[in-house]
Design a protein around this ligand. Structure first.
Ligand SMILES: C[S@@+](CC[C@H](N)C(=O)[O-])C[C@H]1O[C@@H](n2cnc3c(N)ncnc32)[C@H](O)[C@@H]1O
Length: 489
């Protein structure tokens, strides 16, 4: 981030706009939303600017810019469209330490004006550091449709209530949750629909509830949040909500750092990652930690990769909470198999062909994993192996000796939706070789029995196809030459 976003207080501040054309008028229009004292310096001005000057909304100096115009100014805009003149304004402002913006010239500016969604007093500012103003405008258009036109009414009402609520709900954490409830629930709906008396009644009831709860024993809660495979776009809306409400985040290794951006900045963060065959916080410690934090009255968000209920040790954590009488909620997430299959366009079931799809683990806490492979090898079945990379040779051997066809298609998706994503298509016979040769690492999902061709689809071009080079059979020289020629055609 090069440009740090800030909101400048322009109440009764002096702001100078140099230039009198349409570009200058656009800035003046924006500045008129504040109570800044605006001075425009320009030899000629648009009708709009002239009208504003006549009504006393701006001061007009009908002449060329002079350095002394900068005296006492909080901000300066240069919008003459003349490079020499704009450059002179920029140099003079910089020399006096006054923030300056030259329209369409970031190199001459010390600040830029973002695209704005205005729901006064709520203002959303969108910037792309000048990289893609059109994108900023698209985001603005999207937000304009998402935010109620009278959102400002809700913010103003909240501002009026702020001091009273602070006196009534003294504990800052409880107060934050109180506001979260108020600004999301029936109070919000009543204010936005103009039912102010109804809003008043709801507020009184909420305050009464809060008073009662404050004098009860503090109870926190635990939410197991499925954070998906990595890409934050795959978070559910509820996951985002719970992340924002959380006081403490207890974070697994496979949770992408980008997901934490959705949490409050002041939420505590505890990392409890388990690396395959590496250092780990024990499950018992994690259970104790989430219970202890919730007992202290905090909203604990337990962040897990994928879905919490799939190979996520959710049962142990839920049971620890239940034993301590702590409310526990599960927010589902997109599990790795679904996300990886979607990335590579590989259907997990096929009409009349694949009627069963299973997820299995390729690791075991106690020695070698040993599965009922024949059940998974039914003709109409396919499955995804999680945590199977380290045991790929063993899994291959077990599957082959359980009767699997060596030519069974295998697709490995490593780092699905994350940086370093790779997909390798091979066969069960070549699984070990593919993992070794391409140095596949965790996290990766191994799909067994799924193939694009079978589904009538084209394999995506980015997929790496791995076939182990077979040692040629001992042949007579003439035959070998013929075989090699074929391999080259
Ligand atoms: C402990 S399990 C957790 C599974 C998780 N709860 C889920 O629903 O996806 C970890 C395994 O999930 C798979 N996995 C998780 N994230 C992945 C990703 N982004 N790409 C590929 N595999 C992933 C890998 O097999 C990894 O070893």
């Amino acid at each position: 981030m090069r440009y740090f976003p800030l909101f400048a207080d322009l109440a009764e501040a002096d702001v100078l706009v140099v230039g009198g054309g349409e570009a200058a008028a656009r800035k003046v229009r924006l500045l008129c939303k504040t109570s800044a004292r605006i001075t425009v310096v320009a030899e000629t001005v648009t009708e709009e600017l002239r009208g504003l000057a006549e009504r006393g909304a701006i001061a007009l100096l009908p002449r060329a810019f002079l350095a002394r115009d900068l005296h006492g100014q909080r901000l300066v805009y240069a919008a003459t469209g003349d490079g020499v003149c704009d450059g002179a304004v920029s140099r003079a402002a910089k020399a006096r330490g006054i923030p300056v913006n030259v329209i369409d010239a970031p190199a001459l500016s010390t600040f830029i004006t973002p695209a704005i969604v205005d729901r006064d007093p709520v203002t959303v500012a969108i910037g792309t550091e000048g990289a893609a103003p059109v994108l900023a405008r698209q985001i603005k258009a999207l937000l304009e449709t998402l935010l109620p036109a009278n959102l400002g009414v809700l913010a103003s009402r909240a501002r009026d209530l702020r001091d009273g609520v602070a006196r009534a709900v003294v504990d800052p954490r409880r107060r934050r949750r109180f506001w979260e409830r108020l600004l999301r629930g029936p109070f919000r709906r009543a204010v936005l629909s103009g039912a102010q008396n109804e809003a008043g009644r709801i507020l009184a009831a909420e305050l009464e509830d809060e008073h009662r709860l404050t004098h009860a024993t503090p109870t926190g809660r635990v939410t197991l949040i499925g954070c998906g495979p990595g890409d934050p776009d795959l978070l559910t809306l509820r996951a985002v909500q719970r992340l924002q409400e959380a006081d403490v985040l207890v974070v697994d290794r496979l949770v992408d750092a980008k997901i934490l951006e959705y949490a409050r900045r002041d939420a505590e963060r505890v990392f409890v990652g388990k690396t395959p065959r590496g250092p780990a916080t024990s499950q018992a410690e994690i259970n104790r930690l989430i219970v202890r934090e919730a007992q202290a009255g905090k909203a604990v968000a337990r962040l897990k990769g994928g879905d919490p209920l799939i190979f996520g040790r959710a049962a142990e954590e839920m049971s620890a909470c239940q034993a301590a009488d702590i409310p526990v909620e599960v927010v589902p997430g997109v599990t790795a198999a679904q996300a990886c299959a979607a990335r590579v366009g590989l259907p997990l079931t096929l009409r009349e062909r694949i009627r069963q799809f299973a997820v299995v683990t390729g690791a075991s806490a106690e020695g070698e994993p040993d599965f009922e492979w024949p059940a998974l090898l039914a003709k109409d079945a396919a499955f995804a192996i999680y945590m199977g990379i380290g045991n790929a040779p063993l899994l291959r051997r077990q599957l082959l000796s359980a009767g699997a066809d060596a030519a069974t298609p295998v697709v490995i998706v490593e780092n699905g939706t994350r940086e370093g994503e790779r997909t390798i298509a091979t066969t069960l016979a070549d699984l070990t070789d593919a993992v070794a040769q391409h140095a596949v690492v965790s996290p990766a999902v191994i799909f067994v029995g799924l193939d694009w061709a079978e589904a009538g689809l084209c394999r995506p071009a980015f997929v790496i196809v791995h076939r182990r080079a077979r040692r040629p059979a001992i042949e007579r020289p003439l035959e070998r030459r013929a075989a090699n020629t074929e391999a080259l055609t």
